[in-house]
Write a protein that binds this ligand. Structure first.
Ligand code: AP5
Length: 237
């Protein structure tokens, strides 16, 4: 059986989490988010959790060794047997090397989707992001992201009524640090993935509703893993 592995690549706020939540349903694959796993770790409140919290709240990256172990273990879980979406991993060349080895051993060929979004759009989006602490649903105060697009921080989740929260690392000064970390440590990963011979697509992620972007990605997935639809591959961002 072909086991799809979709790598959602892009800067903070480019819509990786939003797309992963839409695509995991339509493609029936697991969603592996290193950010979500690290936030769980952070909320555990133990010593390591506090170290993770400090790093995340400063906008820096968590050490490769920790993230690599987490992902290696996560993709062995039964829900990943039918394929998985990687959201926020790999983020350094070191992580990308580990992933290549893991995928090669499993004979999985990944598909890389690079969500292209301008930094000005990102800063505006992240200052308006709200999240449900219970189910993880994402909302944008000033975007057309999801159906509850005009809500404010005092409002509640459409799905379970929980009061929405602002992520600690969405403060503007932290967002700027996250973008710097992306430039410095993560952008070289795309070149690494291309030179590893993986299929990489650039997808415009700034000016279209999430559902439209998800449809385009679904077609690219089907083109690679079955049911081709005849889209054309881009070579460079
Ligand atoms: P992580 O949680 O992975 O955050 P990130 O990569 O910075 O990405 P975000 O979650 O902020 O954004 P996104 O691209 O998912 O966008 P979203 O869909 O939410 O990582 C957090 C931290 O954990 C890192 O800084 C680091 O410290 C650590 N970490 C994680 N992985 C690591 C790793 N591999 N190695 C080391 N450290 C790691 O959308 C954003 C907003 O835009 C939302 O409000 C949404 O509603 C809206 N929106 C989405 N799409 C659209 C659209 N098409 N139009 C309009 N609005 C939209």
């Amino acid at each position: 059986m072909i086991r799809p592995c979709l790598i959602l690549f892009g800067p903070p706020g480019s819509g990786k989490g939003t797309q992963a939540k839409l695509l995991r349903q339509s493609l029936a694959v697991a969603h592996v988010s290193t950010g979500d796993m690290l936030r769980e770790r952070m909320n555990s409140g133990d010593g390591l959790g506090k170290e993770v919290a400090d790093l995340m709240q400063s906008g820096g990256l968590v050490p490769d060794e920790m993230v690599n172990l987490m992902v290696a273990d996560r993709i062995e879980q039964p829900d990943c047997a039918g394929g998985f979406i990687l959201d926020g991993f790999p983020r350094t060349v070191n992580q990308a090397r580990l992933l290549s080895g893991l995928l090669e051993a499993k004979r999985i060929e990944p598909l890389v989707i690079h969500l292209k979004v301008d930094y000005n759009v990102i800063i505006a989006r992240l200052s308006g992001r709200r999240q449900c602490p219970t189910c993880g649903a994402l909302y944008g105060v000033s975007s057309n992201a999801l159906k509850a697009s005009e809500m404010t921080a005092s409002e509640v989740c459409d799905y379970d009524g929980s009061r929405l929260v602002v992520r600690d690392d969405d403060r503007e000064e932290v967002v700027l640090e996250r973008l710097k970390a992306y430039e410095r440590q993560t952008t070289p990963v795309l070149e690494y993935l291309r030179s590893a011979g993986y299929t990489c697509w650039d997808v415009e992620g700034a000016s279209r509703p999430p559902q439209v972007i998800a449809k385009e990605i679904e077609e690219l997935v089907r083109q690679k893993y079955g049911n081709p639809v005849g889209a054309s591959e881009t070579k460079k961002a």
